[in-house]
Each structure stands twice: as structure tokens, then as C-alpha cells.
Design a protein around this ligand. Sequence first.
Ligand code: GLN
Length: 233
Amino acid sequence: IRATGRPRLVGRHAGDGGVHPMRIGVLAVQGAFAEHMAILDAIGVEGVAVRLPSDLEDVSGLILPGGESTAQRRLIDRWGLREPILGLARSGAPLFGTCAGMILLAREISDGDATTFQLLDVAVRRNAFGRQLDSFETNLQVPVLGDQPVHAVFIRAPVIERTGPAVDVLARLDDGRVVAVRERNVVATAFHPELAGETRFHRLVATMAAEHDDPGEGSGRRPHPTRRAGLAR
Ligand code: GLN
């Protein structure tokens, strides 16, 4: 299954023998979730606004949007979302955090703020660009997404100050600071790709979700049956 073009990404197999479109949740307790829903719609994935644990039941992945990470953390706990989100991550479903969402995923927050999910072995510093440069936009090379640069919007953005051995760096600023990473099923960016209409991160997450739903596809966890049989596809 490829997340290319406009046709709907086919997701899990429904009980009636058919298939329904893939669903990806967007945490909708606070912050900029609407833009992520719009990008998912543009790539043919059904976005599910996640406010209650039951909203997570039928999703194949979850996006954690930008906003204010401290407010998001409190609301996650008030609404009982912490354990179900950890469960989704442990199942191997992809999680994608942008900006505040990345802070929620981090193992460590340099300025001592409380952590939330600790699913990503990085240390982040909040509001790393200071008052002089609250917001800025720049073009970034993100080799896993192809040659065309990503137009990245930074808004009171964090930066990644340490990456663990299992973390892949996906993008750096010109000065070398790390602003996008992946560790297994967890992807995070310090910036907002969704605000510039960038769809490739969401396509990557949708592809990871499809592989999670059907591990035979792509580079999943078990060999595809035809490959196991030594047959070319
Ligand atoms: N400054 C915010 C925080 O520390 C993040 C900003 C954003 O998500 N755009 O939580």
C-alpha cells in the first residue's frame, strides 16, 4: 500500500470482507490539530480527533500536534489518555509529534519540565530560539523524504539537544542543531510541516501505519508470504 496520490489509502480489513480507509488519530485536547486533520484528508486518510480513550480504539497511528506542551500534558492526564496512548505506541503503531507533540514524546526535557510519554530517546529544550526569534521559517533538507526541501515553520519551537543510539536524525538546521528524528515507530519534528501544506511526513506516517496494520507489506516485521516462498513480487 502506497501513500501516494489522491485515492484513499486502504486500511484494515473490515468484518464484512471489505476494507475501510485507514484512520489516524490526531490528539485534539489543545493546540493546532485542525491543520493535521486537513493534511490527512488531503492524502486520503481519515483523521480522528482524539479527546477520549475510546477515540483511540480504531486508529492505526496517532499525531501529537503543536500547542502548549504543559497544558497538553495536564489535559492528557485529566482525560485518561496517557495509558491508552502508551498502549498504542507499544503495539508498534506510529506516533508523530510536531513541536509541543515532540516535547510530549521526549525522554528528557533539558529545562526540567515534567516529561509525558518518554517514547523517544532524546533530550529537548523548550522555546530554544528565544524571544528574539520566536518564529521563523526555513527550508530544510530531509533526505528520507526526497530531494525537494521541506518548508519548515518554527513557532516557539524546541530543539533536540541529545539523541540516543537508536535515534535516526532526519533533519538539521544549517548550524547543525537537530530538528527532526525517528526512533522505530516514533517520528518527531521541532517544526510544523502541516502549516506549510507539506504532506510527506504524514505520508511517511501513513505508510508506517499500513505496515503496522499489515506487517506483510513493505519492510514489515515478518516476511511477505511471496518473499518467503522466494517469489519476486
Ligand atoms: N513552546 C511550546 C511548548 O513549549 C511549543 C510551541 C509549539 O508547539 N508551536 O510547549
